[in-house]
Write a protein that binds this ligand. Structure first.
Ligand code: TUI
Length: 317
């Protein structure tokens, strides 16, 4: 099976999680310069913003990078036009089925790696010509599905003949090693890159992720069919209270409008939507993106070198 690095053109099999309104040219270029695949998140942005960001990223790195297109956006067609005109190396997609866009993206020489949250959608996008799939478990931050990464990766690896990239719940070399053990050929990392020095999100957002412990995230929006994992705060308490009262979707949505921007840009940690994965509790410090990549793969290699110290019964010797 084709290697992830041959698809992405990168040194390491690591893709940056998209992170709507957060990941711009600064983070994407830093990740790509560090040997991973940096991603510009087009979710919630205009086509003009995306084009400018692609141009700026090209000024900051000679390495390949990608763009994520969030399929719930109302300007998807315009964003697809921009990535095709600019011929970016890779497009990842989220929050939907990108099937109808795959032929055009491929005609423009773009590798297509959809983020999926179920085996059924992985099979569909593989049939439609996707180059690989990112299997994102419910541990991830932002918009999520129901199945956990540990359960999903082996099932997806069995079901499709394109490479599976693991996402959700991975923030260090142990997570990378575990992903390989489960059948993944690479990883997508969001939350740990959120605190990268080059990430331009509000400092209070990074500080909250660094301070968070294992139980500090919650999925809101399960009742409306659009679950989103965020760090618990005053906003999530309000939203969950409305959901408990079976409030209608419009009332819940009204409470959430503009709240991602409030967190990312204004640093509002009380009433902003502070999207983060469950691994926030593993993320301890701000570091350059390149150092994060090197550290994760050095840890992973150490685990593989030590593998003979694990005896068959599972006890370490
Ligand atoms: O897309 C994401 N994560 C995101 S998108 C985002 S922007 C946003 N902002 C406010 C509210 C909602 C979103 C923040 N985080 N991850 C990829 C992902 N895709 N996770 C789950 C899915 C998914 C879920 C259902 C993909 C497809 C799907 O079903 C589609 C179908 O047609 O079967």
């Amino acid at each position: 099976m084709i290697n992830i690095c041959e698809i992405t053109g990168t040194e390491y099999p690591i893709i940056q999680g998209a992170m709507a309104r957060i990941a711009d040219c600064h983070l994407a270029a830093a990740v790509s310069n560090g040997g991973g695949l940096g991603i510009i998140a087009a979710g919630g942005r205009s086509a003009d913003w995306l084009r400018e960001e692609i141009v700026k990223t090209r000024e900051m790195t000679e390495k390949p990078f990608g763009v994520n297109i969030m399929l719930l956006a109302d300007n998807v067609d315009e964003l697809i036009d921009v990535v095709c005109e600019e011929k970016v190396s890779v497009v990842t997609t989220g929050a939907g089925n990108p099937g109808k866009y795959i032929p055009r993206l491929k005609e423009n020489g773009i590798k297509v790696i959809p983020v999926v949250a179920s085996v059924a959608l992985a099979k569909r996008v593989a049939r439609a010509g996707a180059d690989a799939v990112i299997a994102e478990g419910t541990e991830a931050g932002g918009h999520i599905g129901e199945t956990a990464t540990m359960a999903m990766i082996p099932q997806m690896a069995d079901a499709v003949d394109i490479p599976v990239i693991a996402a959700g719940g991975i923030a260090d070399g142990r997570g990378v090693a575990a992903s390989y053990m489960l059948g993944a050929k690479g990883v997508q990392i969001g939350t740990r890159f959120l605190v990268a020095e080059e990430c331009t999100v509000a400092q209070s957002y990074k500080d909250l992720v660094i301070k968070a412990k294992d139980t500090d995230t919650v999925a809101t929006g399960r009742s409306t069919g659009h679950p989103v994992r965020v760090i618990k705060n005053k906003l999530t308490r309000q939203v969950l209270a409305l959901e408990k009262q079976n409030a209608d979707e419009e009332e819940i949505n009204a409470l959430c409008i503009g709240k991602l921007a409030a967190a990312v840009e204004d640093g509002d940690m009380e009433y902003g939507s502070v999207m983060s994965g469950q691994v926030a509790g593993l993320v301890k410090k701000q570091q350059p993106a390149a150092e994060i990549i090197r550290e994760m793969f050095a840890e992973m290699e150490e685990i593989y070198e030590d593998r003979n110290s694990i005896c068959r019964s599972g006890r370490t010797v």
